[in-house]
Design a protein around this ligand. Structure first.
Ligand code: IPM
Ligand code: MN
Length: 367
């Protein structure tokens, strides 16, 4: 019997359901073409779950995910749920909670720009035409997102709010090992980002990364302060290979990397635990302003599926075929609204169809 792979599908809010539909189309053609046995089951998360079940992360969703081999997520959040207390909103009450629940401390966000697709990038031609291939390795369940205390209080003078940036040596060590191991498989260059000229937690971050680097002498390590890092990435993206960041700095840097590669609509992400179980989702948000218009870019969702097949199912060849097909479609000039000139563009559905068709009919060897 063919191995059965179960994916929990969490479309969520905003453009989530639309782009997820296209990823499901890709799963269908993969099963057809490569005779895989990938089965999917949908669960509610985020705002839709609040509306239907009263909570952003229902128990059925958690147990459905637990029974699956991987999770494919769309996006969560929207104006409608912004008035709820912060811990009941889709972002914190669902996304951060599910990341923590499954101990997904590793967040991988690859951003690539093919040299020939330099026009997609808002950077100057002399920079973008060199292309780039950056992997942001972001710590995902620590730092200021989760540190306590956090809250809002009042004293005689004023109301005040606080969050805590906190990292243990253990947390920094485990994410560093992941980043160094990935660097070994790539160009062996690692830049660690911090704010060690100001923050205690960054001083420990830097010392710990240096300590771990001794175990990987072949990897060239350097450290950049966050303010300098965002500048260097814009000026010389082609100089970067792996970037290692805390939760907050990784959030910022990965959006920057997405923007310079063309659009946040094409950046996938993988959030993993030590067993390669995880959530695969576009790095961009739910984009409510463009939801239900059939104009969202499904590529980030499709590439997230590709990361899922690579990391959780070890179906590396199929993952490569998806990536190559997406690249081919872009090289042929097909554009959704976000990466178009604003005049000529194709719909979400059409982009999905074209990629699916190429996967189904393309010529591949050694599969
Ligand atoms: C991301 C998102 C989330 C984050 C939000 C929605 C909580 O911006 O995945 O980058 O900050 O991690
Ligand atoms: Mn973000």
């Amino acid at each position: 019997m063919k191995k059965k792979y179960k994916i929990a599908i969490l479309p969520g809010d905003g453009i989530g359901p639309e782009v997820m539909k296209e990823a499901l189309k890709i799963i269908e053609v993969i099963n057809k073409r490569f005779k895989t046995n990938i089965i999917t089951k949908k669960y509610d998360i985020g705002g839709v779950a609040i509306d239907k079940h009263g909570v952003p992360l229902p128990n059925e969703t958690i147990s459905g995910c637990t029974k699956s081999n991987a999770i494919l997520l769309g996006s969560v959040g929207g104006e409608k749920w912004k008035k709820l207390p912060i811990n009941l909103q889709p972002e914190t009450g669902a996304l951060l909670k599910i990341r923590k629940h499954f101990n997904l401390f590793i967040n991988l966000r690859p951003s690539k720009l093919h040299r020939k697709l330099y026009k997609l990038s808002p950077l100057k031609k002399n920079i973008s035409s060199k292309g780039f291939d950056i992997l942001c390795v972001r710590e995902l369940i620590g730092g200021i997102y989760f540190g306590s205390p956090k809250g809002t209080k009042k004293n005689k003078e004023s109301k005040y709010s606080f969050d805590t940036e906190i990292y243990s040596e253990k947390e920094i060590t485990r994410i560093s090992h992941i980043a160094f191991k990935l660097a070994m498989k790539r160009n062996r260059k690692l830049v660690s980002v911090d704010k060690a000229n100001v923050l205690e937690s960054s001083i420990l971050w830097r010392q710990t990364v240096d300590k771990i680097s001794k175990i990987y002498p072949k990897v060239k390590v350097s450290h950049l302060y966050i303010d300098n890092a965002v500048m260097q990435i814009i000026n010389k993206p082609y100089d970067f290979d792996v970037i290692l960041c805390s939760n907050l700095f990784g959030d910022i840097i990965s959006d920057e990397c997405a923007a310079i590669s063309g659009s946040i609509g094409i950046l996938p992400s993988a959030s993993l635990n030590e067993n390669n179980f995880g959530i695969f989702e576009p790095a961009g948000g739910s984009a409510p302003d463009i939801a239900n218009k059939n104009i969202a870019n499904p590529i980030a969702q499709i590439l997230s599926l590709s990361m899922l097949l690579e990391h959780s199912f070890n179906l590396k060849n199929i993952s490569k075929i998806i990536n190559n097909s997406v690249n081919k479609v872009l090289l042929k000039g097909y554009r959704t609204f976000d990466i178009s000139d604003g005049k000529k563009y194709i719909t979400t559905k059409k982009m999905g169809d074209i990629i699916a068709n190429l996967i189904l009919k393309g010529n591949y060897e050694n599969i």
